[in-house]
Design a protein around this ligand. Structure first.
Ligand SMILES: Cc1cc2nc3c(=O)[nH]c(=O)nc-3n(C[C@H](O)[C@H](O)[C@H](O)COP(=O)(O)OP(=O)(O)OC[C@H]3O[C@@H](n4cnc5c(N)ncnc54)[C@H](O)[C@@H]3O)c2cc1C
Length: 402
C-alpha cells in the first residue's frame, strides 16, 4: 500500500499517525511549521469523552506521556472539580456540571507527546499548496509550495480550520462562517496569593456571563508551580489563561490592532464584574500579548472523496467554536474511526471508496450537529436571559441544581 499522506501535525494528525503506526500501516505527515519549537505555548484543552477512543488506538507509552502533561498533576490525581458557569456580576454559580473523567492538558505539550516514536515520519517545513489525482491510478499526490510532490494512497487533510484540502474538495464553499462574536485572551503569571480566589472557584477552569452586557469570561489553568519548577523556591508562580468574548454590535466592538488597545478593551469590559474577577483582569500587565481567536465554524458539508482518495478530519472537517469544549474530542474520535477505515482498506476487507464513505457518513452526521450546537452555545454564552438547563452550552450534560 502506498503511504497515507497526512497534512498537518496538529493533535489530530499526530493521533492518526500514532494509531497507523500501531497498526503497521505506512503513513507520512507533512507540516508547514519549520520545526516543533516554532509555536508558543498555546492553550489548554480538556479531553473527556474521547479518552475512550484514545485508550483504544494509542500505545501505553504514548498515553502515559499525554497523561504526564496535564496542567495540574495534583488536581488530576483527585479531580473533584465541576464544570462551572457563573454569573460574572455576583460570582454565583449558575450551572455546576458534575465531574467526569477528564484530562486537562497543554495543547502544545500534548502535541509533543504525540510526536514521540513517529519523528521520522514527520516532515517539517512542508507547506501543502495543492493536490492532484493522476489519471488511471488509485493514487493521489500532494503538491508543496516549492512545487515538489509526493504520491500516496489517501490524503487526509487535518490542517486546521483554514484547510487547503477542504478548499480543494469544496472550492465553492470552503469558507468558515463568521459568528459576529469577538474573542481575545492572554496568558499571565500569578502569585499563589493572586490566583487563590480564582482557584477557589475551580482549580482548573470556569466560565461565566455578565448579565448586563453579555460579556463572557473564561479562566483556565496553564501551569502550576509543580509543573514550571518554581515550587518551593520562594518565587512560586502559576500561569493561567484569561479570555473574554463579546458580541460585535457596534464599530467599537471590533478587535483593535494593538495589544495595548486590546488590553484596554478587556479591562473596560470587566468593569462591573464581581471584584475578584475585575481585579484579575485589571492586574494583567501592560505589554502582555493579547491574542485574537476568530470565532467561525464550518458545518462539515458534503464533498466528493474521489473514490476514497481524499478526506478530512479534525478542525479541517468541522471547525467549531470552543463553548462546549468538544472540537478536539471529535477530532480524536475522527482519527479512531478513520484508522479503522484505513485498516479495512489495508487488510483488503473493504475497498477505499466504501471504507472512506462509511467513515465520512458517521463523522458528518455526528459533527454537523456538534458544529451547530457549539454555534448555539457560543450565542447563549453571551445572553444571560437564554441560559437555562436546555442551553446548548449544557446539552447532553447532567446539571446539578445550584
Ligand atoms: C481557546 C481554545 C480552547 C479550546 N478548548 C478545547 C477543549 O477544552 N476541548 C476540546 O475538545 N477542544 C478544544 N479546543 C479546540 C481544539 O484546540 C482543536 O479542535 C484542535 O486543536 C484541532 O486540532 P487539529 O489537529 O484538527 O488542527 P490544528 O491543531 O489546527 O493543527 C493543524 C496543523 O496543520 C498545519 N498546517 C496548516 N496548514 C497547512 C498546510 N497547508 N500544509 C501543511 N501543514 C499545515 C498547522 O501548522 C498545524 O500544525 C479549543 C480551542 C481553542 C481555540
Amino acid at each position: 500500500m502506498d503511504p497515507v499522506l497526512i497534512v498537518g501535525a496538529g493533535i489530530v494528525g499526530l493521533t492518526l499517525g500514532q494509531s497507523l503506526k500501531k497498526q503497521g500501516i505506512p503513513f507520512e505527515i507533512y507540516e508547514r511549521d519549520l520545526n516543533p519549537e516554532v509555536r508558543g505555548q498555546g492553550w489548554a484543552i480538556t479531553i473527556h469523552w474521547a479518552l475512550e477512543s484514545m485508550f483504544k488506538m494509542l500505545d501505553k507509552s504514548t498515553l502515559s506521556r499525554i497523561q504526564d502533561v496535564q496542567v495540574d498533576p495534583e488536581v488530576a490525581r483527585n479531580d473533584s472539580g465541576n464544570f462551572l458557569f457563573i454569573n460574572l456580576e455576583t460570582g454565583e454559580p449558575k450551572f455546576k456540571i458534575p465531574p467526569n473523567v477528564r484530562w486537562r492538558v497543554s495543547r502544545e505539550k500534548m502535541r509533543r507527546a504525540l510526536m514521540n516514536g513517529i519523528e521520522d515520519h514527520i516532515h517539517w517545513g512542508r507547506r501543502v499548496t495543492g493536490l492532484s489525482l493522476p489519471k488511471d491510478t488509485h493514487q493521489v499526490q500532494l503538491v508543496f509550495e516549492d512545487q515538489t510532490n509526493v504520491t500516496g494512497s489517501l490524503v487526509v487533510g487535518v490542517e486546521g480550520s483554514r484547510s487547503i484540502v477542504r478548499q480543494f474538495l469544496r472550492p465553492d464553499a470552503f469558507d468558515n462562517q463568521n459568528l459576529g462574536i469577538n474573542f481575545t485572551g492572554v496568558a499571565v503569571d500569578l502569585t499563589p496569593e493572586e490566583i487563590k480566589p480564582l482557584r477557589q472557584m475551580d482549580p482548573l477552569l470556569f466560565q461565566g456571563c455578565h448579565p448586563p452586557t453579555g460579556a463572557f469570561f473564561w479562566f483556565s489553568m496553564l501551569e502550576t508551580p509543580q509543573v514550571n519548577g518554581t515550587a518551593g523556591t520562594g518565587a512560586e508562580r502559576y500561569r493561567a489563561q484569561i479570555c473574554m468574548s463579546w458580541p460585535e454590535k457596534r464599530p467599537e466592538d471590533k478587535v483593535a490592532s494593538t495589544d495595548e488597545a486590546r488590553l484596554v478593551n478587556m479591562k473596560n469590559r470587566a468593569q462591573g464584574f464581581v471584584p475578584f474577577l475585575q481585579d484579575a483582569v485589571n492586574r494583567i500587565p501592560a505589554g502582555t500579548p493579547v491574542t485574537e481567536i476568530k470565532l467561525a465554524d464550518w458545518e462539515c458539508l458534503a464533498w466528493d472523496n474521489q473514490g476514497g482518495r481524499v478526506t478530512l478530519a479534525g478542525d479541517a472537517a468541522h471547525a467549531m467554536t470552543m463553548y462546549r469544549g468538544e472540537a478536539a474530542n471529535h477530532g480524536i474520535l475522527d482519527a479512531y474511526r478513520l484508522m479503522q477505515a484505513i485498516e479495512r482498506i489495508h487488510s483488503g476487507s473493504s475497498n477505499p471508496s466504501a471504507a472512506i464513505n462509511e467513515y465520512e457518513n458517521e463523522m458528518r452526521d455526528r459533527t454537523s450537529r456538534a458544529v451547530l450546537l457549539s454555534r448555539q452555545a457560543c450565542k447563549d454564552a453571551h445572553d444571560w436571559s437564554r441560559l437555562d438547563e436546555t442551553s446548548a452550552i449544557l446539552t447532553k450534560r447532567a446539571v446539578l441544581a445550584t
